[in-house]
Design a binder for this molecule. Sequence first.
Ligand code: GLA
Length: 751
Amino acid sequence: KIKERMRMIIVNEQEKVFHLNNGRISYLFYVMESGQLGHLYFGKALTQKGSYLHMVEKAHRPMTTYITEGDLYTSYEHLRQEYPCYGTSDYRYPAMEIQGGDGSRICKLEYQRYRIINGKKPLPGLPATYVEDESEASTVEIVMRDSKYALEVVFSYSIFRDFDAIARSVQLVNHGKEALLVNRAMSMSIDFPDAAFQSVQLSGAWARERYVHVRDLQPGITAVSSMRGNSSHQHNPFLALKRKNTTEQSGEAYGFSLIYSGNFLAQAEVDNYQVLRVMLGINPFGFQWKLDAAANFTTPEAVMVYSNAGLNGMSQQFHRLYRNRLVRGYWRDRERPVLINNWEATQFDYVEEDLIRFAAKAKECDIELFVLDDGWFGARNDDKCGLGDWKANTQKLPNGIEGLSKRIEALGMKFGLWFEPEMVNKDSDFFRMHPDYIIATPERSVSHGRNQFVLDFSRREVVDAIYEQMYALLSKAKISYIKWDMNRSISECYSKAYHSDQQGEIFHRYILGVYDLHERLIQAFPSLLIESCASGGGRFDAGMLYYAPQGWVSDDSDAIERLKIQYGTSLVYPLSCMGAHVSACPNEQVGRQTPLETRGNVAFTGAFGYELDLNKLSVNEIETVKKQVAFYKENRNFIAKSDFYRLCSPFETNFAAWEAVAPDGKRALVTVTRILSEINGPYRRLPLCGLLPEQQYHIKSQYLSYNAYGDELMQYGMILEDKSSGQIIDGSGGCQDFRSVLYEITAVQGC
Ligand code: GLA
């Protein structure tokens, strides 16, 4: 008998099959005879039918261990599972490992019951997607139990009505009398029936974060991870699977994203029968959680997306979900201010009057927010001292932050301020007062990074001490924005405040402390805009977006470098979250000279701003800046809410092209950047996406103006301005490298 509890979750009570279906995607799992949970299907929506159990494939195989005596067919090794445990005939990596008081690491979860919840519950102390109305999602909670340990494990699956995504998390509750050790508790696991996929990961380093890397899956493990305490510049908490013939615009793509900012593991394991196990969660390396009697533990949330419209289709699902139901609060739907940041212009070297001149010029260009970066506090004149002392350096700022912020507001701008709340220099009053507040292992040396040490945010009193300092400033001065930086990873991880058997908790507790400080600031100052930063993009993850609606994508502000960085970042993260600024030339990081237009065009598809001293620009350049600011203001709402398409990859070609299209298809903005100049090249057209086939559009750029129907623009393509020579012509002669053109496509009446 099939019981239709909710439109989106259908339960076959007899066969114990659960079908999550929003009309576009289906996710199916069932309870095995043995009580474990088995996986059936994830992909394009399936027609609901009476039985799916024929999908369970099992065979007698040599060299296998079977779970019941006399049965030579049933082995967890060959059954596709939902959330596997090690030690009961499955030899692949498990999703969970529990260590009991007797030292055993075997765990056997058996199905108890399920419950369906309208909507979706928040996760305690953790960032997560949310709903505003119960009809937006349905959640099924599957209650499992290990009877030996009296351990209850609740798997939670939420399917969204408006997004092709399923959110998963797991809660463990110890109903026993003894503590258990949780050695591994992933947020999700899934066994795909075949392994004919390529994996897509976002990997890189400082100043070249989130490059797209694609590899064929092979038998064995493909994984990315972090053990640094932050999600890292090196790898992003994300993994996608695509078929070999999947492109940006077509074919199957699955995306797995973890809403978490600490150590993670994203892994794909192909077994000897081509079954593919994908899992995502807190990195088990260095992790061990002591689960006391009556205590519970909740994993971070993992989001699984399916699309059969290529990688762009997958990205658009993440973008829509994250910008509408992960980002929250005051700034979610508001236009983000055009900002100017003084870091690349001044570094630590400034006094109040310099800043006023800097901001006044920005005001002249209609920039809305002035952000004072590092160097305003304590004795900070370089990176060797001051972190931890969040009081103005009155030698530089005689009127303090309060006075400066008032002067900035008097200019007609908002004021923003840089903090690095999690860090301390030994040369600071804060450290001298609390030398025991840093993360350090007793009787061992402590490594430094950028001359700084990590405050032990796993301890409430440490978070309190920083909160008090920040609260004092924020409540007195006129601060509308903070840039929350984090410039080193954790080493020698250990907390003096916890017992020896809890040291495996510190990495996770640290991140919970970071989230707690964020949450307290948001509660106290709901309209404060927070931009996250970690030496650029070292913690650019979905977890941070719950607290900070935008993040500094990379310390590399060169427009050409940014093509790859922003292209990769857009695989998961929405444009409105990507802090993107126009900086000075030659560029500070790579010494490159690029046209101001190109710098603007590349930064437009992000949370736009400037990172240079406008007083140093020529009159003509200031005119260009004014036009850029006006253009962005006019278009920022459209850009932030648009559907984004990657059209041409800077990883594979000499061009980067992308398109932002209004959801109704009536307007689009196409950015085409040619990296190096070409001589005598081919004619070029660029097929566009997301337009209405029978709608006529006007195409306008600096040098081009014509009308065409949507079908022509999508099939034949938009003409690029490289008529005879393959060059984007700007008529000025000179160096043609790094040219970029912006095309505005607007629906028009008639023909
Ligand atoms: C980090 C940030 C930069 C800047 C400096 C200041 O490197 O990523 O944007 O704020 O710190 O020290």
